[in-house]
Ligand binder design. Structure first.
Ligand code: SF4
Ligand code: SF4
Length: 165
């Protein structure tokens, strides 16, 4: 009697397993054709960082250093500078004159994104960062800065005026 139950149990298990196989065989194919076609990512994919601008084209980063403090790999380097009447780069008092991320050390943990109070740093979907030359893996602000939004006037930097005599 117990042998009969074992046989029925095994047959039921095989049928259940094969039903999964059959279901997968009939579902649509999800093959990625990268690099012939662009790769598709989930929204939450953590790729190379993007430094965001606000709707007016100003840089969102106010050089508060919270992202650098949160980074467990110590791979963010920032130099802050003051905004002035003539040179306004961000909406805050300061902006990041230098903002580097060393992708030799970044582990894409997202802590910097979580720590940022102005949503200035985000993960983009860039992933083609591999290189034989490690010095090219240090990305600068200029490499990561989002383009000025359509219709926004980019920050104007007035040239230095000669001092009056
Ligand atoms: S993703 Fe993580 S490791 Fe990379 S820069 Fe941000 S905090 Fe540092
Ligand atoms: S990216 Fe965000 S957290 Fe980092 S310095 Fe700029 S404003 Fe501060």
């Amino acid at each position: 009697m117990s042998t009969k139950i074992d046989v029925f149990g095994a047959a039921a298990a095989i049928a259940k397993g094969m039903s999964v196989t059959l279901k997968e065989m009939l579902s649509p194919t999800v093959t990625e054709y990268y690099p012939d076609e662009p790769a598709k990512f989930e929204e939450r994919f953590r790729g190379v960082h993007v430094l965001q601008r606000d709707v007016n084209g100003m840089e969102k980063c106010v050089a508060c250093f919270l992202c650098a403090a949160a980074c467990p790999s110590n791979c963010i380097y920032i130099e802050a500078a003051e905004n002035t009447e003539r040179e306004r780069i961000s909406g805050g008092e300061r902006y990041a004159k230098v903002y580097n991320i060393d992708y030799n050390r970044c582990i894409f943990c997202g802590y910097c994104v979580e720590a940022c109070p102005t949503d200035a740093i985000t993960h983009g979907h860039g992933f083609e960062a591999a290189s034989y030359n490690t010095s090219t893996l240090i990305k600068r602000k200029e490499d990561m800065l989002a383009p000025v939004p359509a219709g926004a006037t980019p920050p104007v930097v007035e040239p230095e005026r000669p001092a009056a005599h």
